[in-house]
Write a protein that binds this ligand. Structure first.
Ligand SMILES: *Cc1c(COP(=O)(O)O)cnc(C)c1O
Length: 472
């Protein structure tokens, strides 16, 4: 039960934590009598070794993150990065006055990203670190909404002026959150046939005078495909010529903004497009840092209304900040700077290329098994989705996911949204640390399972909506 739900109160007679007699350091029998309760603050303290061992033991049942092919989030960093992060775990990112060097590293990261994403004048771009892309998207969405409000001050608020945001139905859940929390109508372009992401013309058609912006995704989480950002901007240029509506684009590059610059330098998706007002990424996805860091940048200070910016004291001076949180750890920002410094452009290219090679190779091997059809091939994000071939009737993708789980692999299966709810897929996310050797083991396991799956009388899945493993 998650903490937000009603708390699991202790029932009379409920078991306390079991304590191994060895854990009662000096007196092995003491631990037996002092077993702490699980859902109530214990009355008395425990020795640190006992407390450590109890927590450690319980966590053994968490999954093995390297076998998790569901998540985009970094599960391995170099030991040096771990050391730096440990050195910085007491640093509070918001306290720019106390930790001016950490603040400086954040600024350097923003400048590096402005350059990487081709801001016309990197020194004019503004940006900040966040806890991840979700917070980054909230900030970008707020800036879009506030810009629209200012432009429409004569009409807003009024019942006719309800702001909307246009996006594909394949957006990550954070955009639904943004629209819900900030009272913006989410206008979603459905999937159609073999198109599993945003269609530029359909997006332009959904825009009107209340549209605060259009979100394009560089790297759809559903299948790893890049949305056509340049075509989207062109469609909106056409809309402006026809109607005068000037609608900004935000690029959600949670994954792709740290892949495309290195592997697809000719793909124009970033600040080279004048209509792109802002871009976000997750430092903790293909930015290659442990969870807890994202980035959002605006093309120029004009794109970020000044009244959203708060000012904190910085060495007696003034430091602008834009964030939902106040206090948060500085370690992830330091780790991002370390990784930028450590890899450079060529290092990032090598790491991402290796990951894409693993994804493409694995997709081909899966296609060659004969039972599956690829939706994507791992050649945009190192991510691919596949479904069962039309003649496969004995089992479905949910059966495959469940059986792979028996072998320790987490490969989620899920149904697609409107209008392709008929389609259910498996998705593999390749990350640095998932080697071609591990990929080989996955294929071996699939090969071992397939004869059994083919012998099933029918798919065993009862509830297709109970997706196996989170997939965003
Ligand atoms: C992962 C993801 C998000 C959310 O990012 P977090 O860093 O997990 O908060 C948003 N958009 C896209 C496209 C994503 O892939």
């Amino acid at each position: 039960m998650s903490p937000l739900h009603q708390s699991p109160s202790e029932k009379p007679g409920e078991r306390t934590l079991a304590v191994n007699p060895f854990y009662g350091e000096a007196d092995p029998t003491a631990g037996m009598t002092d077993a702490p309760p699980k859902h109530r603050l214990p009355d008395s303290p425990l020795p640190p070794t006992t407390a450590y061992q109890l927590v450690h033991d319980e966590l053994m049942l968490d999954g093995n993150s390297r076998l998790n092919l569901a998540t985009f989030v970094t599960t391995w960093m170099e030991p040096q990065a771990g050391v730096l992060m440990a050195e910085c775990r007491d640093k509070n990112m918001i306290d720019k006055d106390e930790y001016p060097r950490t603040a400086e590293l954040e600024r350097r990261c923003v400048a590096m990203l402005a350059d990487l994403w081709n801001a016309p004048d990197p020194s004019a771009a503004v940006g900040c670190s966040t806890t991840g892309s979700s917070e980054a998207c909230m900030l970008a969405g707020m800036a879009l909404k506030r810009r629209w409000m200012k432009k429409n001050a004569d009409r807003y608020p009024s019942p006719e002026a309800r702001p909307n945001l246009v996006m594909g139905v394949n957006v990550q859940v954070c955009w639904e959150k943004f629209c819900n929390f900030w009272e913006v109508e989410a206008r979603q372009v459905p999937m159609e046939g073999d198109r599993f992401h945003l269609d530029p013309a359909a997006a332009a058609e959904l825009c009107d005078e209340n549209t605060i912006g259009v979100v394009g995704i560089l790297g759809s989480t559903f299948d790893g495909s890049y949305e056509p950002i340049a075509e989207l901007c062109a469609a909106l240029d056409g809309l402006q010529e026809r109607t005068g509506l000037d609608i900004p684009v935000h690029v959600d590059g949670a994954s792709g903004a740290m892949v495309a610059p290195f592997l697809d330098p000719d793909l124009v998706w970033d600040f080279r497009l004048p209509r792109v007002a802002s871009v976000n990424t997750s430092g903790h996805k293909y930015g290659l840092v442990y969870p807890g860091v994202g980035w959002v940048l605006w093309r120029t200070a004009d794109a970020l209304p000044d009244e959203l910016v708060f000012h904190v004291n910085y060495l007696g001076g003034d430091m602008p900040t834009f964030a939902l949180n106040f206090s948060r750890p500085g370690a992830q920002v330091v780790a991002q700077y370390y990784t930028f410094l450590r890899l450079g452009r060529e290092g990032y290219r090598a790491v991402q290329q290796a990951t894409r090679d693993v994804a493409r190779g694995l997709a081909e091997r899966i296609e060659a098994l004969g039972d599956f059809q690829l939706l994507t091939r791992g050649d945009e994000l190192p991510v691919f989705a596949f479904t069962t071939a039309p003649d496969v009737k004995a089992y479905d993708v949910f059966d495959v996911s469940r059986r792979l789980r028996e072998r320790g692999w987490l490969v989620p299966a899920y149904t697609f949204p409107a209008h392709r709810q008929d389609l259910a897929v498996l998705r593999v996310v390749c990350r640095n640390g998932f080697s071609s050797d591990l990929g080989e083991l996955l294929i071996e396991d699939l090969n071992r399972l397939l004869p059994e799956l083919r012998r099933q009388p029918h798919p065993f899945t009862r509830d297709r909506d109970a997706a196996t493993g989170f997939h965003h």
